[in-house]
Design a protein. Structure first.
Length: 236
C-alpha cells in the first residue's frame, strides 16, 4: 500500500469508527448513515484511492473542478454540495448523480431544463436526485432556502418530471451550537416528509460536527478534512 493510500486508509478507519460510535450512541444502525468524501482541491488520484478503499460517494463544491475529476473516476457516485449558479446547471447535470444545494425555484427550474436537454441529447436517461439546502441561520451569503419557504420549493421540485426530491441538506451556522441547529433541521425534515414521503434524506454533519448531526437524524455526513487532511492546491 502506497504512503498516500495508507494515510487515507487510516483516516477512513478513524472516520468510520466515529460514525459507528455516534450511531451506537443514538441507537441507530451504522447503515443508516452514508459517508460522502468531500474531495474539493484534492486530485483525482486521491478520489481513485478512496474508491479502492471502499468509498462509493464523493462530493465536490465547484463544477469546474468536479467535471474533470468525475470523468477520471466515473465509477463513483458524485454529489454537488456547493452553491450552484444557474448558468452551471447544464454542466453539472453532465456529471452529478445528485445535487444537494438546491435553494431556489429558479435553480430548480434551471436544473430541470438541463436534465430535459441532456435527455433529448441522449446524455442522461434518469431524473436528477436533489436535496433542498435549508438555511439554518437566514444568512443569504451562505446560501440555503429559509425554513418557512421549504414547502413551496419542495412543491415546485415535485412538479417537475426531471428532478427527484430526496430530502434536505444544511450546514450548521458559524459559531452556533450545531446540536441545536441540527435539531431544527430534523423538525423541518419531519414536516417535509408529511407531504413528500420519499424525501427521507438528511445531509448534515462534517468533520467537526458529524456526531451531533447523527444524534439528530442525519442520514448523510459530508467529510473532507478528517479524511483527506488539510486542503491542498486546487486541481487543474
Amino acid at each position: 500500500m502506497t504512503g498516500r493510500k495508507a494515510e487515507l486508509a487510516e483516516n477512513l478507519r478513524e472516520v468510520e469508527e466515529r460514525i459507528a460510535a455516534a450511531c451506537r450512541a443514538a441507537g441507530r444502525a451504522r447503515d443508516e448513515v452514508k459517508l460522502i468524501a468531500i474531495t474539493k482541491t484534492f486530485p483525482a488520484s486521491d478520489v481513485a484511492l478512496l474508491g479502492e478503499l471502499g468509498v462509493t460517494d464523493v462530493g465536490e463544491n465547484r463544477d469546474q473542478e468536479a467535471g474533470p475529476k468525475a470523468a477520471e473516476v466515473p465509477e463513483l457516485r458524485w454529489h454537488m454540495v456547493g452553491r450552484l449558479q444557474r448558468n452551471k446547471a447544464r454542466s453539472v447535470v453532465g456529471w452529478a448523480h445528485e445535487v444537494q444545494s438546491v435553494d431556489s425555484a429558479r435553480l430548480a427550474d434551471a436544473l430541470a431544463k438541463a436534465v430535459r436537454a441532456a435527455r433529448d441529447a441522449q446524455i442522461r436517461d434518469e431524473p436528477l436526485d436533489v436535496l433542498i439546502q435549508a438555511s439554518l441561520d437566514d444568512d443569504p451569503a451562505r446560501g440555503g432556502c429559509p425554513l418557512g419557504e421549504l414547502d413551496a420549493l419542495a412543491g415546485r421540485i415535485a412538479q417537475t418530471g426531471e428532478l427527484r426530491l430526496r430530502g434536505l441538506m444544511a450546514v450548521a451556522p458559524l459559531g452556533a451550537d450545531p446540536a441545536a441547529a441540527f435539531e431544527r433541521l430534523a423538525r423541518a425534515a419531519e414536516r417535509l416528509r408529511k407531504d413528500h414521503p420519499n424525501a427521507a434524506d438528511v445531509s448534515a454533519g462534517m468533520s467537526h460536527d458529524l456526531e451531533q448531526a447523527i444524534t439528530h437524524g442525519s442520514t448523510c455526513v459530508r467529510v473532507g478534512t478528517a479524511l483527506l487532511g488539510g486542503r491542498g492546491l486546487a486541481s487543474p
